[in-house]
Design a binder for this molecule. Sequence first.
Ligand SMILES: [Zn+2]
Length: 83
Amino acid sequence: MVEPKTHLRCPKCDSEMEIGFLLDNSGPNLVPTLWVKDLPVRSFWRLTKIRGKTIRRVDAYRCVKCGFLESYAPTEWKGWPKT
Ligand SMILES: [Zn+2]
């Protein structure tokens, strides 16, 4: 588990940054936008082949004053934990 960054300052206006994430709502499941290593490769069934690729969750920090976004991908994504 990687802890969120707590003291980021906006590189544009030097205000506080708050953590959030970019939501991928293009399909039936609502999941965070993910970062995939390497360039996309077309797959017949899923449009983009991702098997065996390194996948990470994208954490996006937003400036509370000007709205500037800065993204990091510190955590490997293996899907939602089983409940
Ligand atoms: Zn700002």
